[in-house]
Design a protein around this ligand. Sequence first.
Ligand code: BGC
Length: 349
Amino acid sequence: MRACVLLFSGLMAAGAGMTAVGCSGGEQEIKSIKIGVTVYDQYDTFVAQLMTEFDRYAAIKEEETGVAVNVEVYNAADSQSTQNGQVESMIEEGCNVICVNLVDRTDPTTIIDMAEKSNVPIIFFNRELVEEDLERWEHLYYVGAEAFESGIMEGELAAEAFAEDASLDKNGDGVFQYVVLEGEAGHQDAIVRTEYSVSTIVQNGVEVEKLGYAIANWNRAQAQTKMAQLLSEYGDAIELVLANNDDMALGAIDALKAADIPREEWPAVVGIDGTDVGLEAVKNGEMIGTVYNDKEGQALAMLELAYGLSTGGDLSDLELLEGKYIRLPYSKVTADVVDDYIKNSDAEE
Ligand code: BGC
């Protein structure tokens, strides 16, 4: 099947990466589209896996429609000015739409101004800009999730584990002593996950005591270092590690292993994401659970939106909230259900 759509939008007409040939009745046949992507850090485990899914869905789309879906991915390597330059080049190269995983979610102005001037829509993803910025132009979108939901689920996982396994209350005082490993300061997911995970444990009737916290920037190696420090300070008193993502939960586990702490004395460790390595750690019991951050759903939503915008297609199936947002739900993953998630990713390969 080939896409044969009406050239009704200025956005489409501006797309130099698109080949248009005549069709009957003034319609144009789209033969190819070009989607530009820039990620804040290509070595971020979750973002890397999200991009793998995005490429996979782009290939499926190409197969289904006969339209060549060209995807170009750039790494901003944690520099907002590098990312601004990449967006500028992608616009010059004629990308029909650009997907931006902002380095600094508070600083999208340059990108928005360039996009509006050149009439190229932008799909921001994973690192959420404030609503006022997203409203600055009609062709700005956001694909991600609702951060508070992941915090609530992480808190529920911890509270359920405490209620079910008395051995987690190592000192038997009826209080869950915890430490938090936080993502980047200022990232919407870090702030909100920490707040909601703790308040949910309390709402579920479990008394908590915060021993300490550390910022580990989503990063496994940094989390290992920070957890080693927390262990030297609080040692055996730590009963729970609430990590804002799986990579940091795994860094905490690396620290427990490096300190030769016997497995039965480990605190409960809980994460968020359900990355491949995270799911593996839930399966082998090193983590009590994780919260699935639906990278497949987010990647598919981004691809469908990018395709629709590039071809002037109908966006109504995408059910955009306020005409701009797509948010995929999270889900809880414990050892009982982890195989469904591992199987899912195997089945889709
Ligand atoms: C993920 C983290 C990731 C971060 C990057 C979060 O939604 O849970 O694993 O590092 O996004 O922006």
